[in-house]
Design a protein around this ligand. Sequence first.
Ligand code: NBP
Length: 491
Amino acid sequence: MSGDCDFGLIGLAVMGENLALNVESRGYKVAVYNRTTSKVDDLMEGRAKGKNFVGTHTIEEFVKSVKRPRKLMMLVKAGPAVDALIEQLLPHCEPGDIIIDGGNEYYLHTERRVKEVEAAGLLYVGCGVSGGEEGALKGPSLMPGGSAEAWPHIKEMFQSIAAKVGPNDDIPCCEWLGAGGAGNYVKMVHNGIEYGDMQLICEAYQLLHELGGLTNDELYDVFEAWNAGELQSYLIEITRDIFSVKDEQGDGHLVDKILDVAGAKGTGKWMSQLALDLGVPSTLVTTAVFARGLSAQKEARVRASETLNGPSAASNPEMQAIAKSLVGDRAEFVEAVRQALYASKIVSYAQGFVQLQAASAEHGWGLDYGAAALLWRGGCIIRAQFLDRIKEAFDKDANLENLLLDEYFEKAVENAQEKWRKVVAVASIMGIPVPAFSTALCYYDGYRMARLPANLLQAQRDYFGAHTYQRTDQDGTFHTEWIQLRKEPKA
Ligand code: NBP
């Protein structure tokens, strides 16, 4: 038996409730269920009143109220809750039904669930959802992957509820990404890039505020100007807004009253861990994760600040003169920081796509990188104008090895690098930590070096552990008895 709903949604917390309303607003009839069933009643009596919804109080009633092949989406806490729900859904579902998980799930869980659910004759989709509560309601970025057969069934509905971009606002930020956990992986990299972007903006803020002496009102103007150019993005826009908000409980701006301890939910850490597993240097996200970790050691930092000294640059006229000669006057400094931010951001995205390529190769997903860039163009937290350029780069060359090799980005970094280097140098001279600006620059310099000092590293490994090495002038694997050949030490 099946009902007449086009779609079913489980999980009526912020994301689920708003997504259900979004789907209904596009002309679909929606069944809803929540473990705590009073939330179903609250929705039916509240925001869903008079709309095309069916509220259900058991999983069986929920499943039976949806048309076959059923499209049943979960937006619940990731992890065991999803496994528990799949177990409850399966006995009531029928072959061909589609179970969709919209949570921030670890991609390997989705890889496993695709196999388990397909073995039961159903289809399974792990769909990254980005854009928070507002995105879920008005148009999120959707990143689906899993059982490919499910895509034709959900495509129209998912593309209709997704954010739209393009000159006519008609290109949906929702495309099929690939098999298994591809959708969750792309969402995880999105979140990791978000970590990098936020850290870069925070470093720009500290430089402008502490070195440049800009007030919150001046920072507002700077971020407003930046948002009108190549840095245009949601994160720059909300940062601008933050500098305008006054503290309702006292004097001054709210941002100055907020404790400098950053929280994290873990997707940045996943991306860093997986980068290490793949052996790809995603240094921006890793640095951003560590920067949040250092911020969380607030009490230790306060103690250390009473003991550890930095350069006396702030009070040293000679150092200040060097800094000034590097970055010029205030306007030039602001522009230099903008260029450092832009170049570092390009490196961050380049690293994200390299990691996606490595993961896709390992799992055989056949990821479409241009599509991933397009999905991030609207609806999500990292939405930014320059994602159009990334899409264009992958449209030109689907197998582009690194974004930095695309002509547009190559030139952009080349144009920015002089100022970028000066900003990192000045920060170092003045004792201001810019871990993300610096690691981005180190990656750029390391990546463009035909020869790195790893020759010496290989010699060290062979010396102490007989790990062998290869030569530049001959094929084969070599080992040297370094102690026998070395110069006798004096002592
Ligand atoms: P939460 O992540 O806070 O989850 C709350 C929902 O999960 C409630 O409906 C709750 O039911 C249900 N739930 C739990 Br907890 N354990 C359950 C179980 N064992 N069986 C059935 N249901 C269970 O909600 P959210 O913030 O709306 O996020 C939903 C998903 O979307 C998460 O994976 C999240 O990571 C992801 N996401 C969130 C955002 C965001 O901005 N919040 C953005 C993008 C993605 P109950 O009412 O009975 O407790």
